[in-house]
Design a binder for this molecule. Sequence first.
Ligand code: C5P
Length: 217
Amino acid sequence: MDGVIVIAVDGPVAAGKGTLARHMATRTGLRHLDSGMIYRAVAALVLEAGDDAGNAQACRQRAERLVAADLERPGLRDQEIGSVSSRIAAHREVRAALVEFQRRFGATPPGAVIDGRDIGTVVFPDADLKFFVTAHVRARAERRHRELVSRGETIDFHSVLHEISERDRRDSERTWAPLRQADDAVVIDTTALDARAVAEKALDIVRQRLGAASVLS
Ligand code: C5P
């Protein structure tokens, strides 16, 4: 892409891709988009309107009316919204309505680090650099459980493990834009790494592939 840099960061739930994407955006001066928040915002609108998450047309209408301010709604990171978002994300009509929003964001100079499930495979197949961030499901459930508890949710570990496994299954098995590693993605397994080590590893690769000048600070 001319004049802009797009870095795609895909991976399953709670693998650490959001933390990594935010960090890389700060260090490179690129903008950051957490594409999961878009799906979460649509899920919140669907729930609020009392629509059926299985009804593709009703969900598409909510997706088409999404505005940037909807991404700031409180409670989007709650477990229930996460679960409904992976149901509405399975509809082709919803994905089609949301892909343009993401492409516009990425194409705006100087470019962006975008994290999600299908950024390197569908939204930006020609991204300058692609990461696939993953970790063992138990490690991911432990992180997500800690995060939910620290935000005041009362929830037991096994229900988090179950919800993450279900979401992994739905995201990987859906027909449209399933979660999958792009052939040219760099894989980072974060099971035994802390956020700092993950960021260092990724920034080394950014420097090698895109040149030192792309890392501004
Ligand atoms: O990343 P996060 O867990 O917040 O995403 C919530 C849900 O949104 C995911 O489980 C997935 O179903 C959907 N999603 C997607 N494609 C993306 C980002 C998120 O289908 N690019």
